[in-house]
Design a protein around this ligand. Structure first.
Ligand SMILES: Cc1cc2nc3c(=O)[nH]c(=O)nc-3n(C[C@H](O)[C@H](O)[C@H](O)COP(=O)(O)OP(=O)(O)OC[C@H]3O[C@@H](n4cnc5c(N)ncnc54)[C@H](O)[C@@H]3O)c2cc1C
Length: 314
């Protein structure tokens, strides 16, 4: 933990957007601090990344290790905590953290990404960590050899199904709509495996069990088809919400609670930049978050040295 509390730049987040911002700002020798309680963000949850340039296939954990090795060469200080409040007074930003500290900074990059949404059904909170999980990559191996259910037919859900079908006798995929919404290649993989049962037009009613999850109660969207699946784990993969609660109204959010930014990662508030999944940039991908992080760092540098944007050749 550093004694210093006043920086030119604070980068909030530890995912690809934040890590790329660190590299670009470090090469400009900006006086900065990173605030994040982890390193890697959502990329750590990906079992296989096949679309990051230079790496035809790499696991999320391996890619994060490469990012981290690169970032560490710059010796940038990191506080392993979360930002709980961001405020502005005059030209200075104040950042409160979960461990009760306060930092000030002339510029801030928000790169806090997204977190999993909850189902909000009975049993979900009760069985959290006892069969209910939001990360198949992290927790999947624990349930090898057991029947499991994955809720959500988007890319995250299909990623979970493809991981679990290799190690589980039965994998149920529960999807509310008429068909899964994931990339076709992922759906094909799941459909080709006889251990996978895809239940569409289906909704979750309750997660049941004793000490641990023992079943998932489902129904058709129209009702009248209640059924209990005997499963030991429920992987909730129904989407993600932007981590913007700590912003306390400092910046206007869009209807999805994302931060609107312009093409230079500016939020409209002088000195405040945002990058990656937390913004309104439409596609949520590692390479896009990384590119946005670079733009935000160069924008912050331009702001700090009063250069016009576009005159900060990396
Ligand atoms: C299962 C899964 C598989 C995926 N597979 C791929 C893939 O194959 N290819 C691809 O390109 N993309 C993939 N993605 C998407 C990709 O992971 C994201 O687009 C990317 O990680 C976004 O990066 P980010 O830095 O913007 O945010 P994140 O990765 O979400 O990182 C946000 C960081 O901010 C931190 N943070 C959050 N709130 C606070 C706070 N209040 N204070 C401090 N720190 C905070 C978090 O701890 C985290 O370190 C996948 C996503 C998932 C969920």
């Amino acid at each position: 933990m550093a004694d210093k509390t006043n920086y030119d730049l604070v980068i909030i987040g530890g995912g690809p957007a934040a890590m790329t911002a660190v590299v670009y700002a470090a090469r400009k020798q900006v006086d900065m601090l990173v605030i994040s309680d982890d390193i890697g963000g959502q990329t750590m949850w990906s079992s296989g990344v096949e679309n990051y340039l230079g790496f035809p296939f790499i696991t999320g954990a391996e890619l994060v290790q490469k990012f981290e090795d690169h970032v560490r060469t710059f010796n940038v200080p990191q506080e392993y905590t979360r930002a709980t409040r961001l405020a502005r007074s005059g030209d200075v930003f104040n950042i409160d953290t979960q461990d009760g500290r306060q930092f000030t900074s002339r510029a801030v990059i928000i790169a806090t990404g997204k977190s999993p949404k909850m189902l909000n059904v009975a049993g979900e909170k009760e069985f959290l960590g006892r069969g209910v999980t939001y990360c198949a990559t992290c927790d999947g191996p624990v349930f090898a050899g057991q029947n499991v259910a994955v809720v959500g037919g988007g890319n995250s859900g299909l990623d979970a199904v493809v991981q679990m079908m290799k190690i589980c006798p039965r994998v149920y995929l529960i999807e509310r709509s008429q068909s899964p919404r994931a990339d076709a290649i992922m759906i094909q993989k799941a459909k080709a495996d006889p251990n996978v049962e895809i239940l569409t037009n289906t909704t979750v009613k309750e997660i049941v069990g004793g000490n641990f999850v023992e079943g998932l109660v489902i129904d058709s969207v129209d009702g009248g088809n209640l059924r209990k699946l005997d499963v030991s784990a429920v992987f909730v993969e129904i989407g993600l919400s932007p981590n913007t609660d700590f912003l306390n109204g400092i910046v206007r959010l869009n209807q999805n609670k994302e931060i609107p930014v312009d093409c230079a990662a500016r939020t409209g508030i002088p000195g405040l930049f945002a990058a990656g999944d937390v913004t309104d940039v439409p596609e949520k991908q590692i390479i896009i978050a990384a590119g946005d992080g670079a733009k935000a760092a160069l924008g912050a540098y331009a702001y700090l040295v009063r250069l016009p944007v576009g005159e900060t050749w990396g």
